[in-house]
Design a protein around this ligand. Structure first.
Ligand SMILES: [Mg+2]
Length: 227
């Protein structure tokens, strides 16, 4: 049995991408006093912390300067997102609930590995009514490198499950090339699902261990691979 680390956006839910973008833009304005936009770069698969640094780079602000206020910026993002959360409810992607239920029945511990700022990530998960399935998480406010989230997940899972875990005990479940890159950087396996912005054919070229169109039609294949 492996412990799955689920990505959020495009994997579990179609989320309030718009609201998340607005939260970034609010923080750029509020903390850095510039009209920067999250969409000034291609942010898919990056951690939120990394996105802030990369967007500001485009606006001529050095990472050294950006980092001085990045915690403050992420706190403003969380505040904005939580106070507007009713405007954008996450839409649960096909088969996600069945998959989570099946894995829970089999006593598979489940975690989140997401580029989202932690408060924003858990807010989406709670709004979708899925908080009960996840016992730990590793989030994008802790690092600018997605690959480092696996070690953070390992440590957090170890505390919650009260046992020593190896990196190899985990697999990544995601929807983008960055998810599989993150897994490969850690030498672990990947399940990819084409419910995000990448097509099945695009993801197929990356040769993940398992690739499905969605978790509804190919539920058993994913359950068997994990458990
Ligand atoms: Mg994603």
């Amino acid at each position: 049995m492996k412990i799955p680390l689920f990505d959020i956006d495009g994997t579990l839910f179609k989320t309030g991408g718009q609201l998340h973008q607005e939260a970034f833009n609010y923080a750029f304005e509020k903390v850095y006093k510039i009209p920067a936009k999250q969409t000034d770069i291609q942010p898919e698969g990056m951690t939120d912390k990394q996105i802030i640094i990369e967007v500001l780079k485009v606006h001529g602000i050095s990472p050294e300067v950006s980092r001085q206020k990045v915690e403050q910026a992420m706190a403003q993002m969380s505040k904005y997102f939580v106070s507007h959360k009713e405007e954008a409810k996450p839409v649960i992607l096909p088969g996600v609930i069945s998959l989570l239920k099946k894995l829970k029945e089999k006593n598979v511990p489940m975690g989140i590995l997401s580029g989202n700022v932690e408060t924003i990530g858990w807010t989406k998960i709670e709004q979708a009514g899925t908080r009960k399935y996840f016992s730990f998480g590793a989030f994008g406010d802790k690092t600018e490198k997605r690959a480092e989230l696996v070690e953070i997940a390992r440590q957090n899972a170890g505390k919650v499950l009260n046992r020593d875990l190896e990196i190899n005990d985990f697999i990544i479940i995601g929807d983008t090339p960055k998810d599989i890159q993150c897994a490969r950087d850690n030498g672990i396996e990947t399940v990819l699902v084409s419910t995000g912005i990448y097509s099945f054919e695009e993801l197929q070229k990356l040769e993940p261990e398992v690739l499905v169109h969605n978790f509804e039609e190919e539920l058993q294949k994913v359950v068997d691979f994990i458990s």
